[in-house]
Design a protein around this ligand. Structure first.
Ligand code: UDP
Length: 467
């Protein structure tokens, strides 16, 4: 049933405040969720971020969107960060922790935003904030506002990640390289090589441990967690190394299921020796490919890519016509949705994984940080749509092994089976997001995703009424 005009006007007066951490992999799913809430639930959304991120977001919002982008004051240099570094994608890895620490300094401004809304008679129905912003739960609770943490990670990956931070089990396992998680046995055995560097190095007293312990304990002030289970459909502007049209035309000229797409997300890059091995593997495998290249570790990630310095001699000439090197940023969702794309070599960030699966594309996993190792486990062991090819930023990678795994996924019966499973998942995802509003054949079906979102807002309304 469609809403009546009076209930739709009260809906548009209902405020939802959203606040992601300053990283592309966080902002993208938040924006996708904001657009979905605007479209399906008709609420008035206030999307908060630091000034530079808000400026970038302006060009990513559809023109007819009423989402209000709100700048929260933040100056990177006040926190010992380079000028204008307001997003992890412009920071070398060691400075990411400093941005995270600096982000807590906006708490008073955030509280003032909520207080001003209350004073203006527009008390938010709920605050939806980042997994790294546990402190927003405490602020919201004090003001009697329903709060949810929104995770752009998989439930499985996040459970492993939180358990690792809270228990640091590798510090207590008597020197063994394998251990299990005391509060999440479903993860089974974890090997020390699957730990992200910051957890591997953590001893409980380092900066990451301190901030995560504080962050995760504040989650107890929150009223719930939302997970991104069925994919993001928003793209946030970054300087693309190639236009979508050029990419699409290039793919149009390639046979069905013949192209390997290689990308490690918005922040990661590989070491100079790993880059040579990967290039050699792409050269020797003789498959078509699109590779998003960035300067390797140890070089400024935002500097120009120097193919003559970082790739094997003559590489670009040899792969002409067969390989497309995209500098810095590619139109990933478009590439994954093209019929020519066969497989995705990925760091297994959860957005990338969902974008692959919602297009029926199997994966080769090279997890590098955060919960990516456990996303890879979930996709390979539990779901069967992925093969791990390498592990970690400092691992030794041999081009022979990469070639064998590329062959396995792109040219064997096992690879076809993975593609079949990925296509089944694509269908499950399509069904999960279906809503009768979108349905043209008159069948009033509502998928699990919009249903879950309706339940979520009902819970927020019930709590607000009972307050
Ligand atoms: N992305 C993109 N082009 C690129 C690299 C990344 O559009 O060249 C997008 C990708 O589609 C995904 C997001 O950036 O939506 C990366 O998020 P993910 O969770 O996969 O990884 P993270 O960047 O958080 O490590």
């Amino acid at each position: 049933m469609r809403s009546s005009s009076s209930s739709s006007s009260s809906r548009s007066e209902t405020v939802v405040v959203m606040f992601p951490f300053m990283a592309q992999g966080h902002i993208i799913p938040f924006l996708a969720l904001a657009l979905q809430i605007e479209r399906k639930n008709g609420f008035s959304i206030i999307f908060i971020n630091t000034p530079l991120n808000i400026r970038k977001l302006r060009s990513s919002l559809p023109q007819n969107s009423s989402i209000r982008l709100l700048e929260i004051p933040f100056s990177a240099t006040d926190h010992g960060l380079p000028p204008d570094s307001e997003n992890t994608d412009v920071l070398p890895y060691p400075l990411v922790i400093r941005l995270l620490e600096a982000s807590t300094s906006v708490a008073p401004s955030f509280q003032k935003i909520l207080q001003d809304l209350i004073l203006a008679g527009r008390k938010p129905l709920c605050v939806i904030a980042d997994i790294f912003f546990g402190w927003t739960a405490t602020v919201s609770k004090e003001l009697g506002i329903f709060h949810a943490v929104f995770s752009g990670s998989s439930g499985f990956g996040l459970a492993c990640y939180c358990s690792l931070w809270l228990n640091l089990p590798h510090r207590r396992n008597g020197g063994s390289d394998e251990f299990s998680l005391p509060d999440f046995e479903e993860a089974k055995e974890i090997h020390v090589s699957q730990l992200p560097l910051n957890i591997f190095e953590a001893d409980g007293e380092d900066s990451w441990s301190k901030i995560q312990r504080q962050n995760l304990s504040s989650w107890f002030d929150s009223d719930g967690i939302l997970f991104n289970t069925v994919g993001s459909r928003a793209s946030v502007g970054k300087q693309k190394g190639v236009t979508s049209e050029i990419c699409w035309e290039w793919l149009n000229a390639k046979p069905l299921n013949s192209v390997l797409y290689v990308s490690f997300g918005s922040m990661n890059t590989i070491s100079p020796t790993q880059m040579i091995e990967l290039a050699t593997a792409l050269d020797k495998s003789k498959k078509n490919f699109i590779w998003v290249v960035r300067p390797p570790m140890g070089f400024d990630i935002n500097s120009e890519f120097k193919a003559e310095e970082w790739l094997p001699e003559g590489f670009e000439e040899r792969i002409q016509g067969r390989g497309l090197l995209v500098r810095n940023w590619a139109p990933q969702v478009e590439i994954l949705s093209h019929k020519a794309t066969s497989a995705f070599l990925s760091h297994c960030g959860w957005n990338s994984a969902l974008e692959a699966l919602s297009n029926g594309v199997p994966m080769l996993a090279w997890p590098m940080a955060a919960e990516q190792f456990f996303n890879a486990v979930l996709l390979e062991r539990e779901v069967g749509v992925c093969v791990e090819v390498a592990r970690g930023k400092n691992c030794e990678v041999r081009h022979q092994d990469l070639v064998a795994k590329i062959e396995l996924v792109m040219s064997t019966e096992k690879g076809s089976e993975m593609r079949r499973k990925a296509c089944e998942l694509r269908e499950m995802i399509e069904n999960a997001v279906k809503d009768h509003d979108d349905d043209r054949d008159g069948c009033f079906y509502k998928g699990s995703s919009p249903k879950a979102l309706d339940d979520f807002f009902s819970a927020a309304m019930n709590m607000t009424k009972s307050n």
